[in-house]
Design a protein around this ligand. Structure first.
Ligand code: GTP
Ligand code: NA
Ligand code: MG
Length: 345
């Protein structure tokens, strides 16, 4: 399985929502991983990044997605923490996003960090869909592993269906109180002016084919023009974390959101006291479907194209800061790029 970035920029999909509403579990289900199980206190404490190739998406979406309809290489998912103390990380995740998934536990409904996430999406003008998660916890639910949601709904009792619908209408009402016209996604024609609600379960996978279909449609229809600009320009990214790696010293886990970074490139990174100017010694890319936070077997590559998660090894990174900008210098304008990074700090 390969992740061929082709000539279009991979859309960045931020996953936001209240603590424990199921963001990481949803991504685990999509990428076939168990990151959530390894988290201390079952709490996400960092921003994550995972490149999910089109092949994985079309496999999971089954009949709902025909891969030949899409020329996007896949989606880069950004996991964010829902715990109230990580608001900086939520804003950072939201700022990176082209589109977003707002995960809401269908029983819990809107909670403080749901509202906070909505405010971030409003502020950044990011189009989003709502994943109405944990439908399997509806009393009397008859789970339909991995099925499209409408097929699953056909297998539910009237009682279970009406319990679920009550919760879903409450959610649609809460979205409307926030100024969004929302509806079940299958009734939405224009996903830019209306919010599609996708009932699903991260646990059983039902409804996930629907979510992936909506995300691909949103990306393809509204993002394509933006996605095709400047794919080969100098790389620009945000530092997620500064981590020590055996044999490399301090390295940067970065979300590259524009352009290209190559081995040997001069880069400028935001540092504690001043911007750091250094040279890329190695680029380490997580495998497709691997979470950069937990990946152990990075692949060494010569270049990386946006959007992607990448570990950058370079000298003098000890004072680099998470959240800081990273910019590739092409040509001889080191001072101009350094000034730009300084302004962004
Ligand atoms: P933070 O990152 O800490 O904000 O949490 P999160 O939103 O990533 O939620 P997480 O994936 O950690 O899930 C929280 C709990 O809900 C875990 O125990 C999951 O197993 C459970 N859970 C998530 N999705 C579902 C679902 O669809 N159905 C059921 N029954 N449980 C779920
Ligand atoms: Na959690
Ligand atoms: Mg999480």
């Amino acid at each position: 399985e390969t992740f061929d970035a082709g000539s279009l920029r991979t859309p960045i999909v931020a996953v936001l929502g209240h603590v424990d509403h199921g963001k990481t579990t949803l991504l685990d289900r999509i990428r076939g991983s168990a990151v959530q199980e390894g988290e201390a206190g079952a709490i996400t404490q960092h921003i994550g990044a995972t490149a999910v190739p089109l092949s994985t998406i079309s496999e999971m979406a089954g009949a709902l997605v025909d891969p030949t309809d899409f020329d996007l290489p896949g989606l880069l998912f950004i996991d964010t923490p829902g715990h109230h103390s990580f608001s900086t990380l939520r804003s950072r995740g939201g700022a990176l996003a082209d589109i977003a998934v707002l995960v809401v536990d269908v029983n819990d409904g809107f909670q403080p960090q749901t509202e906070e996430a909505i405010n971030i999406l409003k502020r950044t003008g990011t189009p989003f869909v709502v994943a109405a998660n944990k439908v399997d916890t509806t009393p009397g639910w008859n789970p339909q592993n991995g099925q499209p949601i409408q097929q699953s709904l056909e297998q539910q009792s009237e009682r279970a269906t009406s319990r679920l619908n009550e919760n879903l209408y409450e959610l649609i009402g809460d979205l409307s109180d926030e100024g969004f016209s929302a509806d079940f996604y299958w009734r939405v024609q224009d996903f830019q002016s209306n919010i599609g609600v996708v009932p699903l379960s991260a646990m059983t996978g039902e409804g996930i084919p629907d979510l992936l279909t909506v995300l691909m449609g949103l990306s393809q229809r509204y993002m394509k023009e933006e996605m095709s600009v400047d794919v080969a320009g100098p790389g620009v990214g945000t530092v997620l974390e500064v981590k020590d790696e055996q044999g490399f010293g301090a390295t940067l886990d970065v979300v590259l959101y524009d352009g290209v970074v190559r081995e040997g490139d001069t880069v400028v990174v935001g540092g504690r006291d001043e911007p750091i100017v250094t040279e890329v010694r190695a680029l380490l890319q997580p495998r497709p479907n691997a979470e950069i936070r937990t990946e152990k077997r990075f692949e060494r590559v010569e270049e990386v194209r946006a959007a992607a998660g990448v570990k950058i090894a370079a000298p003098d990174l000890d004072d680099a800061m998470s959240g800081a900008p990273v910019r590739v210098v092409r040509g001889d304008d080191v001072d101009a790029v350094t000034e730009e990074v300084r302004k962004e700090l």
